[in-house]
Design a protein around this ligand. Structure first.
Ligand code: AHR
Length: 492
C-alpha cells in the first residue's frame, strides 16, 4: 500500500473547464446511428419520432453538452441535401468508409437537430470539404440558420421546420490529411480560408469555425494551419486514439489483454498530455492570448472489433481499463483547459469507446458511461490548483487527480488509481475549509479483474457505488483508492 498527499488550493483558480470537454461524437458508422440512435417511427423499440428513447434517457443522465455529427470520414462524402424531405424519397448511397453498407439517409439534418433538442445539447456539424462544394456547404448553413426568406430557408420550412436552429460549432472538413481528401497542410489551409468565407453568420447566429487539425503528432500540420489560416479560425482540431501496440496492426483486444498490455495502453493514453502541450506550444506562438481553441474532436480507445462482427463497424467491448483511460483523459484536458475548448469521445453508441451498447431492444451502459456520469460535476467548474507532496516520477502516474469548484461553491475532486495491484491511501488537504464527512458525497467505480465489463446478460459488473471508507484525519480527507479505481468526491 502506498500513500500520497495532495493540497487543494481553493483560492488558486487556474481556468474554467469548458463543459464541451465532455462532448461526444456520433458518425454514420456501423450501428452507431442506425439502431443505436435511430430506429424509425415504426419500430417496436420505444421511440419518439424515430429516435430510441432508452438511449436518449441514458444520455441525458450524463449531460452531453455538445454532439458532433455526421462524421468523421463519413462527413467528407455526405451530401446534406440527400438527407432532407420525405424519408421514402431520400437518396440511398454507399457508405464507402464503413463496411460498404447502403445508407438510406433517413437520419439527416432535421433528425439530428431533433436529437440535440431531446438531449438538450449543442450541435456540432462537420461540413464536407473533401468531396463537397463551397456552395453546398454555404447553403447548408443558410438552410439551418437563416430566418428570413430565401430558397434555403423556405425549403427548411417546407420540410416542417419554421424557425432556424441555433448552430454554433461548424467544422470545415475532417481529417483532410487522410480520408478527407489526402491534402497537404498548405493546400488545406488555402481551401479552409476559401470555404470558411462562405460559411456565414445569419442574424444573431454566430458560428465558431473549426478547421481540421493534425493527426496525432503531425506538428507541421498545426504550424502551417496556424500560420496560414490562424486569423480565420476559432478552433483547430486534433485527433488521437489510444491503441495497445505501436502500430495500427497492433490495436489489441478490448477484453483479452495481458498486464503488460494494460501498462502499454495506459502509456499510450498518457501520450495525449504530451501531444496537447506540443501542439499547444505551436499555437501559443501564433496565438499567445489563446483565442483559438484546441478541439480534440476525436479521442478514445480503438481496439480490434468483437469476433464475428463486421470489421467496418468498429464495434468493441469496454472494460474498467477504458474507464481509467477516460478519467485520465479528462484530467489531462482539464489541466490544459485554457487551450482546450472541446473534446468529443469517439463514439456515443455501438462504435469504438462507446457509452452505450445495444442489441436490438437491449441496452447496456459501459464503464466509460459511468465515468462521464461521475465527472459531470466538473462541467463549467473552475479548475483548482493542486500541490503534490512528492512528484510522481513514474512514466505514467499511479494516481491522477483533478479538482474544480462549481458555481454554487461545491467542490468536485476526481481521482484514479491506474495500478493493477496496489491500493493507495490519498490524503487531501483543503486549507481554510472546514469539512465534515457528512458534507462529502462519494462514488467509486472499480473492479476485481482488469478486463471486467458489462454485458447484456450481466449489465452491472462495473457500476458505481458509494465509497464508504473515507475519514477525516487532522482536517484532511483520507481516501483509500483500491487498484483500478476511479473515485469522485463532491463536497457541498
Ligand atoms: O471515429 C472513426 C474514424 O476515425 C473517423 O471517421 C475518422 O475521422 C477517424 O479516422
Amino acid at each position: 500500500m502506498s500513500e500520497q498527499l495532495f493540497t487543494i488550493h481553493l483560492d488558486q483558480e487556474l481556468g474554467t473547464i469548458n463543459r464541451n470537454i465532455y462532448g461526444h461524437f456520433a458518425e454514420h458508422l456501423g450501428r452507431g446511428i442506425y439502431e443505436g440512435i435511430w430506429v424509425g417511427e415504426d419500430s417496436s423499440i420505444p421511440n419518439k419520432q424515430g429516435i430510441r428513447l432508452d438511449v436518449v434517457e441514458a444520455l441525458k443522465q450524463i449531460k452531453i453538452p455538445v454532439l458532433r455529427w455526421p462524421g468523421g470520414c463519413f462527413a467528407d462524402e455526405y451530401h446534406w441535401k440527400d438527407g432532407i424531405g420525405p424519408r421514402s424519397e431520400r437518396k440511398r448511397m454507399v457508405n464507402t468508409h464503413w463496411g460498404g453498407t447502403v445508407e438510406n439517409n433517413h437520419f439527416g439534418t432535421h433528425e439530428f437537430m431533433m436529437l440535440c433538442e431531446m438531449l438538450d445539447c449543442e450541435p456540432y456539424i462537420c461540413g464536407n470539404v473533401g468531396s463537397g462544394t463551397i456552395q453546398e456547404m454555404s447553403e447548408w448553413v443558410e438552410y439551418m440558420t437563416f430566418e428570413g426568406e430565401s430558397s434555403m430557408a423556405d425549403w427548411r420550412r417546407e420540410n416542417g421546420r419554421d424557425l432556424p436552429w441555433n448552430l454554433t460549432y461548424f467544422g470545415v472538413g475532417n481529417e483532410s490529411w487522410g480520408c478527407g481528401g489526402n491534402m497537404t497542410p498548405e493546400y488545406y489551409a488555402d481551401l479552409y480560408r476559401r470555404y470558411q468565407t462562405y460559411v456565414r453568420n445569419y442574424g444573431e447566429n454566430k458560428l465558431y469555425k473549426i478547421a481540421g487539425g493534425a493527426n496525432t503528432s503531425d506538428y507541421h500540420w498545426t504550424e502551417v494551419l496556424m500560420k496560414n489560416a490562424g486569423d480565420l479560425l476559432d478552433g483547430l482540431s486534433l485527433h488521437y486514439y489510444t491503441i495497445t501496440g505501436e502500430s495500427w496492426h497492433e490495436k489489441g483486444s478490448a477484453t483479452n489483454f495481458t498486464e503488460d498490455e494494460w501498462q502499454n495502453t495506459m502509456k499510450k493514453a498518457f501520450f495525449m498530455k504530451e501531444l496537447i502541450s506540443k501542439h499547444g506550444e505551436i499555437m501559443d506562438k501564433y496565438d499567445p492570448e489563446k483565442r483559438v481553441g484546441l478541439i480534440i474532436d476525436e479521442w478514445g480507445t480503438w481496439f480490434d472489433v468483437e469476433e464475428g462482427t463486421n470489421p467496418g463497424f468498429l464495434y468493441q467491448q469496454n472494460t474498467i481499463r477504458d474507464a481509467l483511460i477516460t478519467a485520465l483523459h479528462f484530467h489531462i484536458f482539464q489541466e490544459q483547459c485554457e487551450r482546450i475548448q472541446m473534446a468529443n469521445i469517439a463514439q456515443t453508441v455501438n462504435v469504438l469507446q462507446a457509452m452505450i451498447l445495444t442489441e436490438e431492444e437491449k441496452l447496456v451502459l459501459t464503464p466509460t458511461y459511468h465515468v462521464f456520469e461521475m465527472f459531470k460535476g466538473h462541467q463549467d467548474g473552475k479548475l483548482l490548483s493542486i500541490e503534490k507532496k512528492e512528484e510522481d516520477t513514474n512514466e505514467i502516474p499511479q494516481i491522477s487527480i483533478s479538482a474544480s469548484k462549481g458555481e454554487a461553491g461545491e467542490i468536485t475532486i476526481s481521482l484514479c488509481n491506474l495500478d493493477l495491484h496496489e491500493e493507495t491511501v490519498c490524503g487531501l488537504k483543503i486549507p481554510s475549509f472546514d469539512i465534515h464527512t457528512s458534507d462529502i458525497k462519494t462514488k467509486i467505480l472499480n473492479a476485481d479483474k482488469m478486463n471486467a465489463h458489462n454485458t447484456f446478460e450481466d449489465p452491472n459488473v462495473v457500476v458505481p457505488s458509494e465509497l464508504k471508507s473515507i475519514k477525516m484525519i487532522d482536517n484532511a480527507i483520507e481516501v483509500k483508492l483500491p487498484p483500478m479505481s476511479v473515485v469522485v468526491l463532491t463536497i457541498i
